[in-house]
Design a protein. Structure first.
Length: 129
C-alpha cells in the first residue's frame, strides 16, 4: 500500500521539503485500506523538525485533500488521530529512471561449463584429436 501512495506523492509537484517527508512517513504507517495512525512527535522526529511543524504540515495535507483526519476519543478522555489517504493513486509504480552512464551491457560473458572429466582424460581427448 505504501508503495502506491508514495509513487503518487512523488508526482505531486507542490509537495516539497518537510511536507513531502511527513506525507511519506504517514504513507509508510498506513495499512492496506489506506488507514494509519501516528503521533505528531514521531512524525517530527522522522522529519527532523519540531512537533508544531509536523502539525502545520499535516494541516497542509488536509487542505490539499490528500488525507482525511478523524479524532478518536477514549472513555478516559484521551484522543488519537486516525488518518485516511483519499488522494489519487498510481497503481503501477515505475522503477527509477537510469542515467545515460548506467546502462547495462547488452551481451553477457560466455558461461563457463562445469568440469566433468579429469585433467588426464582431457589431455587424452586432445591427443586423440
Amino acid at each position: 500500500m505504501a508503495r502506491t501512495i508514495i509513487a503518487t506523492l512523488r508526482q505531486q509537484s507542490h509537495l516539497r521539503g518537510n511536507t513531502f517527508l511527513i506525507a511519506t512517513e504517514l504513507a509508510h504507517r498506513m495499512n492496506a485500506s489506506g488507514y494509519g495512525s501516528v503521533s505528531y512527535q514521531y512524525l517530527a522526529w522522522k522529519a527532523h523538525c519540531c512537533r508544531r511543524t509536523a502539525v502545520t504540515h499535516i494541516a497542509r495535507l488536509l487542505d490539499l485533500g490528500l488525507i482525511r483526519k478523524t479524532v478518536m476519543r477514549t472513555k478516559k478522555g484521551y484522543a488519537w488521530n486516525l488518518y485516511q489517504y483519499i488522494g489519487p493513486r498510481v497503481h503501477t509504480a515505475s522503477p527509477p529512471v537510469t542515467t545515460h552512464g548506467a546502462s547495462v551491457a547488452s551481451t553477457l560473458p560466455e558461461a563457463q561449463r562445469e568440469k566433468d572429466i579429469s585433467l588426464q582424460e582431457e589431455l587424452e581427448r586432445l591427443r586423440k584429436g
